[in-house]
Ligand binder design. Sequence first.
Ligand code: SDX
Length: 385
Amino acid sequence: MSLPKDNKDSIPEPTKGLEGIVAADTNLSSVNGEKGILRYCGFNIDDLALDTTFEETICILYDYELPTEDRLSEMTKNIGEARVLPDEVVEVITKLVGKTSPMSTLRTVVSALGHYEKNVPLSELAPKALRLVGQIATAVAMIHRLREGLPIIKADPERGHAEDFLRMLHGDEPSKIQINALNLYLILLADHGFNASTFSARVTAGTLANLHSAITSAVGTLSGPLHGGANEKAMDMILEVGKPENASEYIENAFNNKQKIMGFGHRVYKVDDARRIHLKNMTELVCKENGNMEIYRTAEEIERQVRKRKSIITNVDFYSAPLLYELGIPTDLFTPLFAMSRVAGWTAHVLEQYKNNRLIRPRARYVGQIDRTFTPLQHRSEKRF
Ligand code: SDX
């Protein structure tokens, strides 16, 4: 598109979607798209994936260091004690459930929680941020219990985050594999560079707006189907395909209709999403425990059929879907579960932004008409408007 002749600004052509643009430095996570490697503060997620807890990842993102036993017990206790909501926020959830989606309810809950927190200096912000990490899990479980007309299950601060969430959601004792599976999920989705929702949290924090405003921005951004909303759509697809032998025709039709296949493609990863293999393996384990290998085999065949036709990677949302499904999580809670994990990264990024802040304000290249003649209202003839 040629610029209007008298546009004085020699602004260069924008990069669509800011692809490849480096917006700032971070010490939190590094996403190596060429090699498919994800690290939190330098620790490879392959080392964190199977033998640690979500609380350990939170310690890394907040302390930039592996926790000692004492630090980990302190974090587990703090998060456990934070899994409590003010009565007024429980009322907000009660009023909204059934009328709005769980993700819209969660966005409102995060905003409402901000009313029950004092503004504190940066030095005291970490405990406030961690409270939100704990509260979001309770809110997600409560949204489900209330809309199903089930009694609310109070948090047990003595338990780990993943275990207590499953207990609050289902009202029964989760198995060891289920606790491991949810821990893995929460660890793997905790942070991921400047993905859209994290970046929106940083833009909001960059104005020195408060923590809850920044996280409300992030929740809203995550809800889109091109980002955190893809897991729900991926599950709908897996259920619609139903059996492995249906996958080929389904994917052929989708590509012929130029549809985007949810759970595939990524702006940064070019060879593989570092998190895929862990999610895939854990999905197989949970499906085996549930005696439901059909879901796993169908997902696997969909992946094969997509990769046969287009070199796009399987992203984090694809195997997240059957994994959460087999943990008995209702599909419309998948994106809230994503938020339950990513709030660790979001809050860590907000703290990082505040610590070394500069307002985030890129430019736009104006390509509209320039220097147009103003006509006073009384002289504007009807026919033109
Ligand atoms: C997440 O950024 C992060 O880190 C995000 C995330 C995180 O942890 O925070 O990893 C989580 O959001 C994962 C992405 C979840 N979204 C989806 O699964 C939705 C489906 N995916 C696509 O919409 C797409 O792949 C995006 C949005 C993820 C990335 O889009 P890009 O980088 O803008 O790529 P593009 O749309 O320009 O596509 C490039 C090409 C196109 O082909 P051509 O038209 O050039 O021939 O690849 C094709 C696209 O058609 N393509 C796909 C596709 N994704 C890309 N074709 C079919 N299905 C897809 N899913």
